[in-house]
Design a protein around this ligand. Structure first.
Ligand code: IPD
Length: 277
């Protein structure tokens, strides 16, 4: 089946791979690091270079489309999801990993039309893995079809989360208490790998049973959301309601039951909205 957005999907795959080459080359070189909203919110010249590469290439091919991206938003651009075709881009997800030479680093490119996510492409740069999904067409890692976990028992779950960049004492207390609740519920383990996007792709691949986070951004989430849904998983709001891409919070799991159990165990951490910054 040829869909209306196939050309866009192919362009995303190509540009994600080109971006991956740039990131792999820069990985072992000296980096110039600056901070953004907190001492743990980092950006390098490679984040900006790669974002420019991706957007200029896509804009050339699709001049009428809109773009939401991490570094343009940090520089003051409006983060607004309208009904127009919109690319949602994180040039380097796992910038802190990138800075330290820890190899969980990805390019994340999502695409939405009428506020509905149509496809997602996530490139694990260091392992040269390409996670991808188009709405209604399944999820893949390279050529392998992805299938999310069928686990429904919290006491058998491997759970992924991220710490995020908000580090005030009240936030950290809630963050640790949420983790504690899941460990007290006898989850098998909780893992933090330093890239929301890649953690969500591991969930899609069935390598973990659940994911949750307060404080992530739409560009960490957009592409991976399609990948998880197409792998048979659930992506929803931490309140148990439908996902709001701009709300900076998420619960994802292989099954609805697991997602609900995680959501019920969490105390909310307020982080604002991407579109009200
Ligand atoms: C961040 C990483 C980090 C997560 C943050 C994200 P960035 O993205 O995924 O692990 O904790 O919430 O914003 O800044 O590396 O693109």
């Amino acid at each position: 089946v040829v869909s209306q957005w196939d050309e866009c999907f192919q362009a995303a795959v190509q540009v994600a791979q080109r971006a991956g080459q740039v990131i792999r080359k820069a990985f072992t070189e000296e980096k110039h690091v600056s901070t953004k909203t907190s001492a743990a919110d980092l950006v390098t010249e490679t984040d900006c270079l790669v974002e420019h590469l991706i957007i200029s290439e896509l804009r050339k091919q699709f001049p009428s489309h809109r773009f939401i991206s991490e570094e343009a938003t940090a520089a003051g651009a409006k983060c607004e999801l309208t009904s127009s075709p919109t690319w949602v881009i994180d040039p380097i997800d796992g910038t802190c990993n990138f800075v330290h030479g820890f190899p969980n680093v990805a390019v994340s490119i999502g695409f939405a039309v009428h506020q509905e996510l149509e496809f997602g492409v996530v490139h694990h740069c260091m392992e040269e893995r390409l996670y991808m999904a188009r709405r209604g067409r399944g999820a893949f890692c390279n050529t392998q079809r992805l299938c999310a976990s069928r686990e429904t028992d919290l006491s058998k779950a491997l759970i992924l989360t991220e710490i995020g960049s908000k580090r005030d004492p009240a936030t950290l207390k809630l963050l640790l208490s949420n983790m504690e609740q899941l460990l007290l519920a006898k989850a098998h383990g909780v893992r933090v790998i330093g890239s929301s996007t890649l953690a969500l792709c591991h969930l899609a691949a069935g390598a973990a049973d659940a994911y949750y986070q307060f404080g992530l951004h739409c560009w960490d989430l957009a592409a991976a959301t399609v990948i998880i849904r197409e792998a048979g998983g659930i992506v929803m709001d931490t309140t148990g309601g439908p996902l709001n891409l701009m709300a900076r919070r998420v619960v994802a799991a292989g099954t609805q039951k697991m997602a609900t159990l995680i959501a019920q165990a969490l105390q909310p951490i307020s982080c604002g909205q991407d579109d009200q910054a």
